[in-house]
Design a protein around this ligand. Structure first.
Ligand code: NAD
Length: 380
């Protein structure tokens, strides 16, 4: 019987959990045994009692036996060395393991001969959509970024006609129209803002227009802007310079900029530079979701509010964690979709040449499989 362990997430600011009582029940029905570290779901709104009621086994922080016996660790972020050293050879860790350029992770996985699936690398094929944690979490980040901007902004979002006069709607510029960006567009539209979007993938134009937003024209420079997996590629410095030129005009009239532009495994493109920032209106707000990848806006710092020329710059890398109930519910369902096809009568058996698994399995019993990912230095 496969034993799955659900840790209490120890990283600072992390409030999510990798399994909910509902998904524990599903795993139990598949014949697995599920060990949940005490209070693991407390910050997401799931108490130990509800896990127990659904067939989970609660263990204490100081117990190492569940770690020693675990076959699979479901996690959001990778557990630390102190926990990993207790795992037996071949234990499979599944989570957002932050593999890009992460030499420490390589060392841990090979030293302890562990297997690992980095969910960041899940191939973006139709069959994998139900397992796609990047999408489920980015959706939340996009939604919350707009709420955060609205609460920090010095003015209304909607247009209002009042006896005291007419209030013009806020102008929101969304940089990057992927999963987070499209959700930000939809949320800002619901709040009544005028929304403009910049993305380098031409396919995004139709998507943002269908949501009632306007697409900002692309640079004239012709470049291959996306790869076969649907992700954007890093563009040339000349392309970016022309893009910033176009954006500068829009940003000088904007009340809010939501930055979501990313290039997988690379540093995020800088889309708001010093000069553009100087032209922005004092009181306007920039929310930078790409801050952990270096940021789309100069001066943004992770989980901090920095004010430059009266513009509030908010580096928001942990927004999914600020909606922990739904972030955990969706994440844990993604994990169930990922592993269910590989469980038979309670026994988990990984199929390494399955297209989804081969795309995101980064270590097999300590043998590192995606060397290139770990070598990425991160430059755009
Ligand atoms: P992401 O987080 O890597 O990037 C966010 C957005 O930033 C992307 O739309 C990208 O084009 C954009 N971007 C990159 N450089 C930019 C620049 N210089 N200026 C402006 N924008 C820039 O991507 P994501 O949101 O996770 O996904 C991107 C796309 O992948 C989705 O919109 C979708 O089309 C596709 N996708 C496919 C599947 C699937 O299963 N088929 C699943 C999820 C996403």
């Amino acid at each position: 019987m496969t034993k799955i362990l659900i840790p209490f997430e120890k990283s600072i600011g992390e409030r999510r959990v990798s399994a909910t009582p509902e998904t524990v029940k599903k795993l139990k029905n598949l014949g697995c045994e599920i060990y949940i570290e005490k209070s693991a779901g407390e910050l997401s709104g799931f108490n130990d009692f509800s896990y127990k009621e659904n067939g989970g086994i609660i263990f204490n922080d100081n117990e190492i036996e569940p770690w020693e016996n675990a076959d699979i660790i479901f996690c959001i972020q990778c557990p630390d060395n102190k926990k990993l050293k207790n795992l037996k050879k071949g234990t499979l860790i599944i989570g957002l393991l932050n593999p890009f350029g992460n030499k420490d992770l390589v060392k841990l996985l090979s030293d302890y001969q562990l297997s690992a699936i980095a969910l960041e690398l899940l191939p973006r094929i139709s069959r994998a959509q139900s397992c796609d944690v990047l999408s489920s979490q980015a959706n939340i980040a996009g939604y919350k970024s707009v709420l955060l901007a609205a609460s920090e902004l010095d003015r209304y979002f909607p247009m209002l006609m009042t006896a005291a006069g007419t209030v013009q709607p806020a102008k929101v510029v969304v940089l990057g129209g992927g999963v987070a960006g499209l959700q930000a567009v939809a949320t800002a539209k619901r709040l009544g803002a005028l929304v403009f979007v910049s993305d380098i993938r031409p396919a995004v134009k139709e998507q943002v227009e269908s949501l009632g937003a306007k697409f900002i024209r692309l640079p004239e420079i012709q470049e291959k802007v996306s790869d076969s997996g649907g992700y954007a590629r890093a563009v040339s410095p000349e392309f970016l310079a022309e893009q910033r030129e176009i954006l500068s005009e829009h940003l000088s009239e904007a009340d809010v900029a939501i930055c979501t532009a990313q290039v997988l495994g690379k540093k995020a493109p800088v889309l708001i530079d010093e000069k553009m920032l100087e032209k922005m209106r004092p009181g306007s707000v920039v929310i930078d979701l790409a801050v952990a990848q270096g940021g789309n806006c100069v001066h943004t710092m992770q989980n901090e509010i920095v004010t430059k020329n009266g513009v509030k710059l908010i580096g928001a890398s942990e927004l999914p964690s600020s909606v922990p109930y739904h972030a955990s519910s969706l994440y844990s369902k993604n994990l169930i979709s990922l592993i269910t096809p590989f469980i038979n009568d309670g026994q988990f058996e990984i199929i390494k040449d399955d297209e989804i698994i081969s795309g995101c399995l980064i270590s097999d019993n300590g043998a590192i499989l995606q060397e290139k990912v770990f070598e990425i230095g991160g430059s755009s």
